[in-house]
Write a protein of this length. Structure first.
Length: 380
C-alpha cells in the first residue's frame, strides 16, 4: 500500500495537528506518516549510491531510527504545546488545510519533511565525519574556482567532469557566469556538444581501480584541485569508462588515502623508539591515568551519588570512556559513542541510546577529550 493510500483523511488530520485538537491516536498516525516519508527519501538516497547508514548493513531498524531523528525537530512544541513548525508552515497563508485535497496536502507535507531530512542529514554527516565534510566542501570550492572543473546532478547524485581547455567549445559557463542562464555546473547536462563529450554510455570506473591509480600518483602536498585533476585524468584517458566521477566517490577516496598515509607515517615514526620517545610515552600514559581518575570521580560525585544514574551504569560509562581514551592516546580511529557503549550494554538500541544515554555519556566523552588535550598541551 502506498503512502497516499495510507494518508486517509489527511487534510482533516493535518488541520487537527496544527490547531492542537488531535487525539493521541491521531498524533501517532501523523508521526508514523512523517517518518515513512523521511524513510522513503533515505531509501532512495541509498538506491542512488549514498552511504546513509552508520553500520552499512541491511539493518532496517537503523534507517527507521535515522528517519525519526531527521524529523524529530518538526515536532518541537512551544509553551502552549503547539507544534510551531507545522502550524507556521500550513497556516501561515491563512488557508485551512481542510480546504485542500489529499494530493495537495501530501505534496506540501512531503516538501516540508524532505527539506528537513536533507538539513538533518547534512548535520549528522558533519558530526559523524567532520574531516569528510571538510573534503566535500573543499571539492565544491575547487569546482567553483576552476574554469575546467564542472559538475552536474543526475538522479540526486552530483558528478564532476574536467573539460581540460574545452569549456567554451562545450558551451559551459565560466566560474563568474554561473547562474547567468548559460549551461554550467549545477545546471544539468545539456547541449549536443557536451553530451557527445561525456561518455555516458560507458560504465563507471570501479572505485577500487580508481583508488589504485590515484595512489600511484598521490602526493601529500597536493591541493584538493590537484587530487581531483589526477582522478579525472585517469578516466579521461581510459576509454573503457565514463569520463566523469561521482563527487562522493572522489571525496571518499581522498578521505581514505589521507587516513592511510597518516597511519603509515605514524607507523614509520614509532618503529624506532628512542629513550626520549619512551619517556614521552610514559608521560602520556601518566596523564591518561590522571584523566581517568578525574572522570571516575566526576561520574561518582555528579551522577551516581545524586541517583541520576545507577552505580552499575556509572561503572559501564567509565569502562566505555576508558576504551575511547585508550584509542585516542594510541592515535587510533575510535568508534562512535554508541558503539563503544553498546559493547558493555549489548541490548542497547540506537533509539534507547538517544533518549536515555546520549546526553550524559557524550558530555563525559567530550570532557575526557578536553582534559586529555589540555594535558598533552601542558606536556608539550
Amino acid at each position: 500500500m502506498n503512502t497516499v493510500a495510507k494518508a486517509s483523511k489527511l487534510p482533516h488530520l493535518v488541520s487537527r495537528i496544527c490547531l492542537g485538537q488531535y487525539r493521541e491516536m491521531e498524533l501517532t498516525e501523523f508521526v508514523n506518516l512523517v517518518q515513512k516519508i523521511s524513510l522513503s527519501y533515505l531509501k532512495y538516497q541509498e538506491v542512488i549510491g549514498k552511504h546513509i547508514r552508520w553500520e552499512r548493513n541491511k539493518n532496517m531498524g537503523e534507517l527507521e531510527d535515522l528517519a525519526l531523528d531527521c524529523v524529530a525537530g518538526l515536532f518541537m512544541r512551544n509553551d502552549q504545546g503547539e507544534f510551531v513548525q507545522f502550524k507556521k508552515y500550513f497556516l501561515q497563508s491563512g488557508t485551512d488545510p481542510q480546504t485542500l485535497d489529499e494530493v495537495e496536502i501530501l505534496v506540501l507535507l512531503r516538501r516540508l519533511v524532505i527539506k528537513k531530512t536533507k538539513q538533518e542529514l547534512s548535520r549528522i554527516f558533519k558530526e559523524r565525519d567532520p574531516e569528510g565534510a571538510k573534503i566535500v566542501r573543499n571539492i565544491k570550492v575547487a569546482i567553483k574556482s576552476s574554469v575546467d572543473f564542472h559538475s552536474f546532478k543526475e538522479m540526486g547524485r552530483e558528478y564532476i567532469f574536467w573539460t581540460n581547455g574545452s569549456t567554451q567549445k562545450l558551451g559551459l559557463a565560466q566560474p563568474d557566469q554561473v547562474g547567468s542562464g548559460q549551461n554550467g555546473r549545477g545546471k544539468g547536462v545539456t547541449g549536443e556538444a557536451l553530451l557527445e563529450f561525456l561518455r555516458k554510455t560507458q560504465p563507471s570506473i570501479p572505485e577500487k581501480s580508481l583508488k589504485g591509480e590515484y595512489l600511484s600518483a598521490y602526493c601529500p602536498k597536493d591541493p584538493v584541485s590537484a587530487g581531483i585533476r589526477k582522478m579525472l585524468g585517469v578516466v579521461k584517458i581510459d576509454q573503457r569508462y565514463q569520463n566523469f566521477l561521482p563527487l562522493d566517490m572522489v571525496a571518499r577516496i581522498m578521505r581514505h588515502t589521507n587516513l592511510e598515509m597518516a597511519r603509515d607515517r605514524l607507523t614509520s615514526q614509532i618503529t624506532d623508539v628512542s629513550p626520549l620517545d619512551d619517556l614521552k610515552l610514559k608521560e602520556i600514559e601518566k596523564r591518561k591515568q590522571a584523566v581517568l581518575r578525574r572522570i571516575k570521580k566526576k561520574i561518582e560525585n555528579q551522577y551516581v551519588s545524586t541517583e541520576k544514574i545507577s552505580s552499575e551504569k556509572g561503572e559501564i560509562y567509565f569502562k566505555a570512556l576508558a576504551e575511547i581514551l585508550d584509542d585516542i592516546s594510541q592515535g587510533k580511529k575510535y568508534d562512535s559513542y554508541f558503539k563503544h557503549l553498546k559493547r558493555y550494554m549489548p541490548e542497547l538500541t540506537q533509539r534507547a541510546y538517544r533518549t536515555q544515554e546520549r546526553t550524559i555519556f557524550e558530555y563525559l566523552g567530550k570532557l575526557i577529550k578536553k582534559w586529555f588535550r589540555e594535558a598533552l598541551i601542558e606536556l608539550l
